[in-house]
Design a protein around this ligand. Sequence first.
Ligand SMILES: Nc1ncnc2c1ncn2[C@@H]1O[C@H](COP(=O)(O)OP(=O)(O)O)[C@@H](O)[C@H]1O
Ligand SMILES: [Mg+2]
Length: 255
Amino acid sequence: MKKSKIICVMNQKGGVGKTTTAVNLATAFAAVEHKVLLIDLDPQGNATTGVGIFHLKHTVYEALMHLRPLQDVIIKTFLPCLKLVGSNNELAGAEIELVPLLDREKHLLSAIEALKTKYQYIFIDCPPSLGLLTLNALVACDFVLIPLQCEFYALDGLSRLLANVQTIRQTFNPDLKILGILLTMYDGRCLLNQQVAQNVREYFKHLILPVEIPRNIKIAEASSHGKPIIFYDRKSLGALRYLELTHYLLTIYSW
Ligand SMILES: Nc1ncnc2c1ncn2[C@@H]1O[C@H](COP(=O)(O)OP(=O)(O)O)[C@@H](O)[C@H]1O
Ligand SMILES: [Mg+2]
């Protein structure tokens, strides 16, 4: 099999839809029988519970700290094509424990190395920071997907984020590409949302994905039930948009 495409979903802001996007794209890609691995790299473990896994024997922490091969911490989910590397708050320790290590930013990269032909797509859900966990994801991945909530400070954070990506490109990962910016929790009736979206489109035109994710209560409900929206309520607007985005990425987007 060809080498996996590794996509990290990142934004240093919390609550912008990273986990929701990682969980739903991974699920939707797997639902059409692509072999997908979802790696939860956030100590909050929301991607883990988001696919209905509430108890973990092994976590991404062990793989990241090279205590166990990544292969051995992979678990099954409700979908045959979707596998998970789960996380819980044990991972918070890694942010500090990695600091004194010589190759601290390459731990995830080397953990994934052996699996690179087993999955077609690997999605990494990042924590809301630009710390060592996120750095490991940026070094290990091929593509960065940036969910962006159209609120007042969105543009500020975005410039910093893009500068960081540029730094990683110049240092550890020259082939790193931006998959795109995904507008999330978009409410077309909200004037501020409209204005920010317009600004983002003006400044970052070439980076904006053509599908927007609306603010949709069903999405919030789905995560509290440990189900991806496309399985919780597939007719909801949230599910339809994530499916549209999946269709776009799988058929139109040139990787
Ligand atoms: N499009 C949306 N509409 C409504 N609620 C959403 C939407 N996307 C995410 N949420 C909810 O907002 C909260 C934060 O989303 P989440 O994906 O966990 O963000 P992050 O991973 O960036 O912190 C969650 O409770 C989630 O269910
Ligand atoms: Mg999250």
